[in-house]
Design a protein around this ligand. Sequence first.
Ligand code: FE2
Length: 367
Amino acid sequence: MSLIGGSSKCWIGGWGGREGGRDGREFHLSCALLVSKIIHHPPFISPMNRLVAERSENLEGFSLLHDMVITPSYYIFFKAPLTIQPLPWLLGLTGVASCIKFQDSQPAIAYLIPRSSPSKPMISIPVDPHFSFHFSNAYDDASTGETVVDIIRVPKLYLTDTNGVTGIPIWKTVNYEQDVPKSTLWRYRLNPSLASHTKQELWTTYCDFPSIPPSRTGQPYRYTYLAAGRDPNLPTPVGVVAKFDVEKGELVDSWTAGPNEFISETVVVPKGKGGKGGGAEDDAYLMTYVFSGETSLSQVLIFDAQSLGKGPVARLQLNSNIPLSLHGTWAPDAVYEGEDILRKYTCYSGLKKFGVVESGMAPIFEI
Ligand SMILES: [Fe+2]
């Protein structure tokens, strides 16, 4: 499950969230990966929790869909040019990641699925070969008829198993600056009528995990908050919280963590109405985790989005670690009773014995 526009995502399974603007309708989408290459979508869920529409689409070829975005007119997916030869995985010889290959001679495809009518066909727009894990946001540009899509783009994807081909864990051997390509923020302008597109790199610094206020989902917006590298030219583990103005195409403000500290996705928490917003777009708190490589402990950091560079307004020291976590989300109405808290703590206590989580898969990009 996810909130669209830079919050928590799920790789294989589904996406969902609450649309910004309009009626705040919830939607849920899912993808049957490796099986039928079908996107099932959506059950729309109305404010009364009633299923109001459902639709499915077939995509050609192998799909690895990690994220999607929504506008008032379209559901939008970008499909990278990938193939899979799963036999080594099915025989237990490798992980599935090693069986996925990037086809740099083939275009990526932007899929726009009209929301207004189930009978309107899906629009396919070939774009340049690339891979994208995460979207920042998308919106309909009424002045041009284009759909604007902001993504974190890399020119190529290379996946390998956690232990690579050498049997040595990849986190022990990876040379971050050399092996990890520079993922950067790009803007695609898609023309649904002409099935054409233009693209522009908005920020050349290595970054990922774009996050926006929930109210701006699918709407024109100004700021996206990113986890960025410390070096403006090279990929480095993310240690900078960045506030980027997508209208002006410039970095507005940033905060850099300590030398051995690493940050996670920033969650935007609107200040007004108990965390539900209503004020200026950046009238919000930013929350993230920072993991200390020196103490192996994590902290929760809270910033004022209008004075990010001044540093956190609060640091909450945890007595455990959340090493390099990925996504986060903010649930303004999540208030737990004592029994719930006790049940969650019991569950957490049971999980603590698992000090290492082994996924068997390592997403590394190829330059
Ligand atoms: Fe993700």
